[in-house]
Design a binder for this molecule. Structure first.
Ligand code: BES
Ligand code: MN
Ligand code: MN
Length: 455
């Protein structure tokens, strides 16, 4: 480990330069205009895996963006870690809210500012550099397989069939992912649960054309008003979701586990300060940490219709739209919740409008055990580099492929993330601390070591 640490120290600057190069390629998976750049990013990863010493590095074509694979098999009887990450990023809009350009990374106050700096290029690239170091020092103690995809931010649709098709190739004892956050730079944590997600788009249609809001206003349904009413009715005064059956399969977390969660450090005034809000809100009877991890939610992600251009245009729009996502917890499933939403939403539409509900992508929740060898290895690894044991936490975000790793590969996932909730992922001025980048690279080899020791 001594030699490894000095290799990391000596190559620090290059590790950063390479990440900045990676961040310069705008791999926005959602927008076809960036398809060439997405591919360039896959090729970048492919090249770096090769340079680091991985074998059988290959770019697999899919119906969408390519998947990068590489491996190093050092011994038959040794454990195999499948490292998963994603090289695609969210769109950078709105560009005008960035203090520097999203795809021209800058390092300021010890942080790298760029789209993807934390989610997930920065976190994923730590694994390549840790691997490079272990290869260079001939200290890779077990087998590693890399699976780096380019469609996580759009639902990983092509990864499921890939897992099915290549289940033998991807066979592993544990999946290792850095794509979540920890409590703070002083208090490490390992994420042991992720929420699922169900995404739907709704369209409400009133009259067959936009109407003069003076001539028809008051007499004909305004789809935006109607849609607002309908959305407002989806939650009651306790911020409880009103869709019949919505909570039927929700597993209530035990009082013991809730008491443990209540011990997790959380500073409400810091939370409010960071977001510049005077108060929080949420489901009655649950803490903020609970509301954002073990409870399901329903949120409008976007809503549009009518005239939003310069000045004013007095119309009753013909149509109104919204994109709505619901975060799910065990044992809700995205198909079941999507169906319940559709049925309910159609049922509450007044006869003055027509409603269409279009299901989008979804993903299932996942919970990983803490009594496993792999969890203990992650815990010991953090103890080496942070000087204290990590706290197990349930995350609020979704990584849909994690539940499929369990179902298709029969492998649990260790979510060893080094980001912070304040890193502004998916937002303008996304950033990732240099401390976090280097700490991750330093911690990962300990995970391998501790895993092998315990296997
Ligand atoms: N890395 C995030 C998920 C995440 C972030 C989990 C922070 C826990 C803490 C991931 O890239 C992501 O954004 N996932 C999407 C999934 C969706 C597009 C299907 C999400 O959660 O919205
Ligand atoms: Mn991510
Ligand atoms: Mn993301």
């Amino acid at each position: 480990m001594q030699q490894l640490q000095s290799y990391l120290e000596q190559n620090k600057d290059r590790f950063l330069e390479e990440l900045l190069d990676l961040l310069r390629i705008p791999s926005v998976s959602a927008d076809p205009a960036f398809a060439k750049d997405v591919r360039k990013t896959a090729e970048f990863i492919q090249q770096k895996l090769n340079e680091a010493g991985a074998d059988n590095v290959e770019l697999f074509e899919t119906d969408g963006h390519p998947i990068v694979y590489g491996e190093k098999i050092v011994g038959e009887g040794l454990p195999t870690v499948l490292v998963y990450g994603h090289y695609d990023v969210q769109p950078a809009d709105p560009y005008e809210l960035w203090d520097s350009e999203p795809f021209n990374p800058v390092v300021k106050d010890g942080k790298i500012y760029a789209r993807g700096a934390c989610d997930d290029k920065g976190q994923m690239y730590m694994h390549l550099k840790a691997f490079e170091a272990m290869m260079h020092e001939a200290s890779l103690p077990c087998n590693v397989k890399f699976l780096i995809e380019g469609e996580e931010e759009v639902g990983s649709d092509n990864l499921e069939p890939f897992l099915e098709k290549y289940a033998d190739k991807l066979a592993c004892d544990i999946v290792l992912v850095s794509d979540t956050s920890m409590i703070s730079n002083e208090i490490p944590s390992v994420t042991v649960g992720l929420r699922g997600i169900a995404c739907v788009e709704v369209e409400v249609t009133g009259a067959n054309r936009d109407l003069h809001s003076g001539v028809y206003g008051g007499g004909v349904a305004n789809p935006i008003n109607v849609l607002s009413d309908m959305i407002a009715s989806l939650m009651d005064e306790n911020k409880h979701i009103t869709i019949p059956g919505f909570y039927d399969n929700v597993v209530e977390v035990s009082a013991i586990d809730r008491a443990a969660m209540a011990e997790t450090p959380f500073d409400l005034s810091e939370y409010k300060n960071d977001l510049d809000i005077d108060d929080i809100q949420g489901e009655a009877g649950y803490s903020t940490l609970e509301r954002t991890s073990i409870r399901p939610t329903l949120d409008v992600n976007g809503m549009w219709g009518g005239y939003t251009g310069e000045g004013f245009k007095t119309v009753l729009p013909s149509k109104a739209y919204a994109k709505i996502s619901m975060r799910l917890v065990p044992n809700q499933t995205s198909d079941e919740i999507t169906a319940l939403f559709k049925k309910h939403f159609e049922s509450i539409a007044p006869p003055s409008v027509k409603v269409e509900v279009k299901p989008h992508h979804g993903g299932e929740p996942a919970v990983t055990p803490t009594d496993s060898i792999a969890y203990q290895a992650a815990s010991a690894a953090c103890e080496h580099t942070f000087g204290r044991k990590p706290i197990p936490t349930r995350g609020g975000g979704s990584i849909p492929i994690v539940s499929l790793f369990k179902h298709i590969l029969n492998a649990d996932t260790i979510l060893l993330g080094f980001g912070l909730d304040s890193d502004a992922i998916h937002s303008p001025n996304e950033h990732y601390g240099l401390f976090n980048y280097y700490k991750g690279i330093e911690t990962i080899p300990y995970f391998y070591d501790e895993l092998v020791k315990r296997s």
